[in-house]
Write a protein that binds this ligand. Structure first.
Ligand SMILES: CC(C)(COP(=O)(O)OP(=O)(O)OC[C@H]1O[C@@H](n2cnc3c(N)ncnc32)[C@H](O)[C@@H]1OP(=O)(O)O)[C@@H](O)C(=O)NCCC(=O)NCCS
Length: 149
């Protein structure tokens, strides 16, 4: 099995990211009535790095890293539904940390969905409120977490 975490490089990559998010994160179950924006300014912002986790050349996961202070905010982490709980999410997190360290980042933050808190705890993340303003919007039900890298 060969993994690669790579930044989006083509329209097909963007489409793969949207597809994985739509079947994993932006489902009607999780966000009833939500209309997903394929050109959201938070995604088109060049400083926000968008990634696909490739397994043997096939996209199976995605995430985004938004630089902030001495580190970055990890957003929209997802592994395709049929491949969850097989270790791929842990690999995604480890490869993302390699990327962040190589760019001098010292710490990461994220908003964990309540059902994903256990996953992050296993990987050494701890709860810490890092931006109360995010609770008033999309991160309303999330647990804010952080990890030194
Ligand atoms: C959360 C997610 C990214 C984790 O990726 P994954 O490939 O399923 O996780 P892994 O298989 O690498 O799991 C690593 C460890 O965390 C545990 N784990 C995984 N998901 C978990 C969860 N939801 N709750 C508690 N523990 C979890 C695994 O059992 C495993 O433990 P082990 O090492 O003792 O076996 C993935 O399940 C996912 O995309 N879920 C739906 C979307 C989502 O919630 N994204 C996070 C938004 S903040």
């Amino acid at each position: 099995m060969t993994y690669q975490l790579r930044e989006l490089a083509s329209p097909d990559d963007w489409e793969a990211m949207h597809r994985i998010r739509l079947e994993t994160l932006f489902t009607q179950e999780r966000h009833p009535g939500l209309v997903y924006d394929r050109a959201h300014p938070d995604d088109t912002e060049p400083a926000h790095r968008k990634f696909l986790l490739m397994l043997d050349g096939v996209p199976i996961g995605t995430t985004r890293l938004d630089p902030r202070d001495e580190g970055g905010i990890l957003r929209l982490v997802a592994i395709v539904p049929g491949l969850q709980r097989q270790g791929h999410g842990s690999v995604l997190e480890a490869l993302l940390i390699d990327y962040a360290r190589a760019r001098g980042m010292k710490r990461l933050w994220l908003n964990a969905a309540p059902e994903a808190v256990g996953f992050y705890e296993k990987l050494g993340w701890t709860p810490q409120v890092w931006d109360e303003e995010e609770f008033v919007s999309f991160a309303r039900d999330c647990v804010q977490m952080t990890k030194p890298i």
